[in-house]
Design a binder for this molecule. Structure first.
Ligand code: ADP
Length: 453
């Protein structure tokens, strides 16, 4: 097992990783920017190293500074969390070259899954069902029109190296496609430095359902069930739940098996998430994330498996030590992402937290690094807390979530707590009757109501 892990991240996820290390008896090193000196994970870690100025490019993305910090402190492994360097194969190679263990999958799998066209090909080869779409890259508008007309509109033009919902454009006609193709490429070039795009059929009312897997380096692989992440705004997840109200036990076991078989086929190891769109009983692969997901805690709540500890164990060479039959699912869990944003305009709202009180009680988990008097820096992602709630049934979970959101006090800044309260009060949500477009439609309707009054 490792003795000292460097946490190459910030915020709640850095704290989350610190907690897993502590429970495994592993020492921790926090690396942080000048803007994060007062962060909770920096206070709690055994050692802390400032690796640069506030700008992520100069600190959390500064590979050389992070490797140096690992050497200075004598860390033997690096956990990347999510975002930042978590899917950066060049960084993993640097870790290898410097004798540091990267807690994650191989560079080969990271590279394949980081390129959505290569990922699609790998998915097809390993037996995962995919969304109907183009055979690889689309280079010209003529090609784009041919593929789209053959497939039928609407279609979605997607950046091969895209992420975070960027570089995706929908077209309902050839006229719209011309604009979508140009815009997706321009946006992809600007955001990812690569304008390779491909085309998929745009599904009109799917749910986003993803499967969490864990695999060791010896061919053992299990799935930890699904997460329904259909509540999205701008292709960004807002609230997630497990189990999905749309799946039955048979469908869950079937897609889980398809995923573990595919992962064994690929020789994938560590934690991973296979994302699908689910429409009318059919699953369609869209991408695989080769890292920890923001919403991993809901899976932990119903399986009682600590995914971060498992990542560390697997990276250190341990075997899983359990099989699919040992995995059980107990109850229902929901996560609400709480952002420092105006709940109506979504404009980020960094600043000082004047008063803070987190909800508690049975079945409540709050993953957050904020505290009373903490100043949220303006340089990073606006997610400041995750409220995760478990109940015996979905209904019990909803009642508990409502109670916990009422108790949550974060004064001094605006947060998205009021939006989460509104969502969970909607009859459609209570009935589990929603797809990936529901939230945006709901918000547009709310806006229209406000303008009319
Ligand atoms: P990213 O890597 O940017 O997160 P994904 O491929 O995971 O991109 O897609 C993000 C979201 O975009 C999905 O959860 C879904 O809401 C929407 N989306 C992606 N592909 C399609 C599609 N073919 N049809 C309909 N919606 C899609």
């Amino acid at each position: 097992m490792f003795e000292k892990v460097l946490i190459a991240n910030r915020g709640e996820i850095a704290l989350r990783i610190h907690r897993a290390c502590r429970e495994l008896g592993i020492k921790t090193v926090a690396v942080h920017s000048e803007a994060d000196t007062d962060a909770m994970h920096v206070r709690l870690a055994d050692e802390a190293v400032c690796i640069g100025p506030a700008k992520s490019a100069d600190s959390y993305l500064n590979k050389a500074a992070i490797i140096s910090a690992a050497h200075i402190t004598g860390a033997d492994a690096i956990h990347p969390g999510f975002g930042f360097l978590s899917e950066n194969a060049d960084f993993v190679e640097m870790c290898d070259a410097h004798g540091l263990n990267f807690i994650g999958p191989s560079t080969e799998h990271m590279r394949t899954m980081g390129d959505k066209i290569a990922a699609r090909e790998a998915a097809i080869k390993s037996g995962l069902p995919v969304v109907p779409g183009s055979d690889g890259e689309i280079k010209t508008i003529e090609e784009a029109i041919k593929v789209s007309e053959d497939m039928g509109y609407p279609v979605i033009v997607k950046a091969a190296h895209g992420g975070g919902g960027k570089g995706m454009k929908i077209a309902y006609s050839t006229e719209e496609l011309k604009e979508a193709f140009r815009m997706a490429r321009t946006e992809a070039k600007a955001a990812f430095g690569n304008d390779t795009v491909y085309i998929e059929k745009f599904l009109q009312k799917p749910r986003h359902i993803e499967i969490q897997i864990l695999a060791d380096k010896y061919g053992n692989c299990v799935h930890l069930g699904e997460r329904d992440c259909s509540l999205q705004r701008n292709q960004q997840k807002v609230l997630e739940e497990t189990s999905s109200p749309a799946l039955n036990d048979e469908e869950r076991a079937k897609i889980g098996k398809v995923c573990t078989d595919a992962m064994k086929n690929l020789g994938y190891y560590n934690a991973g998430t296979i994302e699908f769109l689910f429409e009318e009983g059919e699953f369609y692969f869209i991408e695989m994330n080769t890292r920890l997901q923001v919403e991993h805690p809901i899976t932990e709540m119903v399986t009682d498996i600590d995914i971060v500890k498992e990542q560390i164990r697997i990276a250190s060479g341990a075997t899983l030590g359990y099989t699919q039959d040992d995995i059980t699912f107990e109850g229902h869990a929901i996560e609400c992402r709480i952002n420092a944003e105006d709940p109506e305009t979504f404009i980020p709202c960094p600043g000082k937290i004047t008063s803070y009180h987190a909800p508690g009680g049975l079945g409540i988990r709050v993953d957050s690094g904020i505290y009373s008097g903490y100043k949220i820096p303006p340089h990073y992602d606006s997610m400041i807390a995750k409220l995760i709630v478990r109940g015996k049934t979905r209904n019990a979970c909803l009642m508990r979530l409502k109670r916990a959101l009422e108790e949550f006090v974060i004064d001094g800044i605006s947060t998205t707590i009021p939006l989460q309260q509104k969502i969970i009060a909607q009859p459609d949500f209570i009935d589990g009757n929603y797809n990936i477009h529901w939230l945006e439609k709901f918000m547009a309707a709310e806006q229209a109501k406000k303008e009319a009054s």
